[in-house]
Write a protein that binds this ligand. Structure first.
Ligand SMILES: *Cc1c(COP(=O)(O)O)cnc(C)c1O
Length: 384
């Protein structure tokens, strides 16, 4: 059996090697290293794929979030509500811009931001909500967009983990994650569902005026060469990274399907154990032919009950099975983000999840033999 990896980027590369190598060689010859024709072509292809008017490429997903917030003109002291259970980048940029992050609890079945907690946290200073589509599944956007409309708030989607996923609205319409709010941010970090071979990111919006503003901000606030109308940043995408993304984009749906197939196999093997809660997904996804795309499994994350999570992590490590705990500490308990407004009883779900979650190897190259080895090792451990 091939050594199990948390993410197998080398295996995936074998399938697109020729195209990637050829494109990179052409870029080296062309010397259009930043914002070259490859970047413009990627922009067009991604706008078409997502069904969104504007993609603004930038240097990474954290920048994408920051630039989105700068473009909306949020000001010092404005409150921005986001999830307590996410990667720190989301809250980091809010704090960095001297906005006030307001962390709220998540829902127990999807791990996504809880709309009821959002409503409770709204004050006259609230200006925006940042739902994170965690682990590859959209937050409850119908309700979040309704709350935003009612209170006149911006919705900034953190779509770093759900590129290619769809959101099925209450009215049955299907829309791609990252096209639902006023603006969205994604990351092309190598291990994301659509990853390049370095850092990369992008901002997406259907708003023409906002898109124009954002295109200046990523390039030192310039709309005309050497005229700096607003304070900007330097955040651009390398042509080489764009070439990698262009090679992968036509395969993204198939890559996500492979992740779902692996997830389904995990859930079939583990779904009946009393100490295990498998990830929630729509009923239709129980069929391998399901095309609803509502979960693209950036992570496959179990909850382990009976206090056995940490022992299981150790056991899997001993058996050479990689796994991860995303995330081990709630953001509201991180030193950098403590706030006297937080009360422990406001975070029951996050506080429990950090004790129980474990993410299993998840990528496009997982074999049946590997999945069986992983699931039997887990079951043997929990049953002994
Ligand atoms: C990866 C990630 C980011 C940041 O992306 P980078 O490209 O690493 O800067 C932001 N938010 C979430 C939820 C992420 O998973």
């Amino acid at each position: 059996m091939k050594k199990i990896q948390m993410v197998d980027l080398k295996g995936q590369y074998q399938g697109i090697k020729e195209q990637v190598n050829t494109s990179i060689a052409q870029i080296l010859d062309s010397s259009a290293y930043i914002n070259g024709p490859e970047v413009h072509a990627l922009q067009k292809e991604m706008e078409d794929y997502l069904g969104v008017k504007h993609m603004i490429p930038c240097a990474n997903g954290t920048d994408a979030l920051q630039i989105a917030m700068m473009g909306l003109g949020l000001e010092r002291g404005d409150e921005v509500i986001t999830a307590d259970f996410t990667f720190a980048a989301t809250v980091e940029v809010i704090a960095l811009l001297q906005l006030t992050p307001v962390l709220v609890d998540v829902e127990p079945d999807t791990f996504n931001i809880d709309p009821k907690a959002i409503e409770k946290a709204i004050t006259p200073r609230t200006k925006a909500i940042v739902p994170v589509h965690l682990f590859g599944q959209c937050a409850n956007m119908d309700v979040i967009l309704e709350i935003a409309k009612k209170h006149n708030l911006y919705v900034i989607e953190d779509n770093a983990q759900a590129i290619g996923a769809s959101y099925i609205g209450a009215d049955g319409t299907k829309q791609k994650a990252g096209t639902l709010g006023h603006v969205s941010a994604t990351s092309f970090f190598p291990s994301k569902n659509l990853g390049c071979y370095g850092d990369g990111g992008a901002i997406f919006t259907n708003d023409d005026a906002l898109a124009h503003t954002l295109r200046g901000i990523v390039n030192h606030g310039m709309y005309e060469r050497y005229h700096h109308d607003v304070v900007g940043v330097n955040s651009r995408l390398d042509s080489i990274q764009a070439a990698v993304l262009r090679a992968k984009l036509p395969h993204l749906d198939a890559y996500n399907q492979k992740r779902r197939t692996a997830a389904l196999k995990y859930s079939m093997a583990l779904g009946n154990h009393n100490d295990i809660v498998t990830p929630k997904m729509p009923i239709c996804c129980a069929s391998e032919t399901c095309v609803c795309d509502s979960h693209v499994f950036h992570q496959y994350t179990l909850q382990i009950k009976s206090g056995k999570r940490d022992a299981l992590v150790q056991h899997l490590n001993e058996k050479d099975i990689p796994c991860g705990v995303y995330y081990p500490i709630p953001l509201h308990l991180q030193k950098a983000y403590t706030d006297t407004r937080y009360k422990e009883e406001d975070f029951p779900v996050t506080n429990q999840l950090v004790q129980e979650v474990i993410s299993l190897p998840m990528h496009t190259e997982l074999g049946d033999e590997q999945i069986t080895f992983i699931t039997t090792t887990i079951l043997e451990f929990l049953n002994r």
